[in-house]
Design a protein around this ligand. Structure first.
Ligand SMILES: NC(=O)c1ccc[n+]([C@@H]2O[C@H](COP(=O)([O-])OP(=O)(O)OC[C@H]3O[C@@H](n4cnc5c(N)ncnc54)[C@H](O)[C@@H]3O)[C@@H](O)[C@H]2O)c1
Length: 310
């Protein structure tokens, strides 16, 4: 049987690299990535697939074949960078998504999944948030993802495309060396014997999900027939403070003598966040399997083995 073709934007990033490993057995993949975030680091994983090295804002010509689905991951994903350079973030995330939707319309791609965010889109509100909570972003990154979702809703209804916006929580796992999130920073600090930095008093909370569980959620979404436009939170549904995260990191890395430095909370970062995953459990049979401790153990193994070449 011939394999169906799937286009993945941002396929050479952290989530994309993990996802490609799962998808390439079953599907033919076309990856679009401008290599801006990871400087070819993980491009070895795209060897078996067609790689289009291009910015999503440039004119992209796809091979003339039937495309079953498109998964849009390409984005500038840092809250702090979006505050420093909101224009760059808007161009990559909002206009970039618009350009990708135009491709879906032109190439008659009928199934689309886009990566959104569960925390930054919501701003400061009482957790747990869910799909009925009113998004109130407090950073340009959150705003860029919310406006991208709005265009997805509009294109789904105007052009008959089935689009699902998956709001990821904070993802951890292998191939995240280049990321700017707290787990990457703490593992790098431990490897380099440097102090761990906490912004705020350590009671800031997040919802951490292992990348393997996230990718299973994306795969389930791909297989399911959903309505025109759907939003789903892919999260652990659990709230973890930075203080508790550090305790678990110390436990699994067998280190406790590291100095912890506290700095002022940064603008744009939400205080508390975790999301309910009940809708995703019902609609796409989403069942995260990894506890945070197990996810940290797997991620730490990867960081230790890859610290030299990464
Ligand atoms: N990792 C997380 O914790 C997390 C949480 C919430 C949402 N998300 C979203 O999930 C998606 C994937 O995140 P990730 O962690 O893999 O990020 P990443 O930075 O590792 O990967 C993004 C990839 O997109 C590419 N890219 C960026 N801008 C591009 C452009 N204009 N044209 C072409 N390629 C471009 C980069 O080169 C990179 O390979 C993003 O949309 C992100 O906003 C991630």
């Amino acid at each position: 049987m011939t394999k169906k073709t799937i286009v993945i934007t941002g396929g050479l990033g952290f989530v994309g690299t993990n996802l490609i490993k799962k998808l390439e057995k079953k599907y033919k993949l076309i990856i679009i990535d401008n290599l801006c975030t990871n400087k070819k680091r993980y491009s070895q994983f795209s060897r078996n697939n067609l790689l289009i090295k291009k910015d999503i804002n440039k004119k992209i010509k796809l091979p003339n074949k039937k495309i079953y689905a498109l998964i849009h991951l390409a984005a500038k994903g840092s809250v702090i960078d979006s505050i420093k350079n909101p224009g760059e973030n808007f161009l990559a995330n909002t206009i970039g998504t618009f350009k990708i939707l135009e491709i879906c319309k032109d190439y008659k791609i009928k199934k689309v999944i886009i990566a959104s965010t569960g925390g930054a889109i919501m701003g400061n509100q009482n957790p747990p948030v869910d799909e009925n909570s009113l998004p109130k972003p407090i950073s340009p990154y959150g705003a860029s993802k919310l406006s991208a979702e709005a265009y997805c809703s509009a294109y789904a209804h105007s052009y008959g495309i089935s689009i699902t916006a998956l709001r990821f929580s904070n993802i951890l796992g292998p191939y995240s060396w280049h990321k700017k999130g707290v787990i990457t920073k703490y593992f790098k600090s431990i490897l380099n014997k440097k102090p761990l930095i906490i912004y705020g008093n350590g009671e800031t909370t997040r919802d951490y999900l292992y990348v393997e569980d996230l990718c299973d959620g994306i795969l389930n979404t791909l297989k399911k027939k959903l309505s025109r436009f759907e939003v789903l939170h892919l999260s652990s549904g659990k709230e973890t403070s930075i203080n508790d995260l550090i305790k678990t990191i110390f436990k699994i890395t067998n280190t406790s003598k590291f100095k912890v430095i506290k700095k002022k909370l940064r603008n744009g970062e939400v205080n508390r966040n975790f999301s309910s995953n009940i809708k995703a459990r019902k609609m796409i049979n989403f069942k995260p399997k990894y506890t945070l401790e197990k996810a940290l153990i797997e991620t730490w193994k990867w960081f230790k083995n890859h610290s030299i070449n990464a």
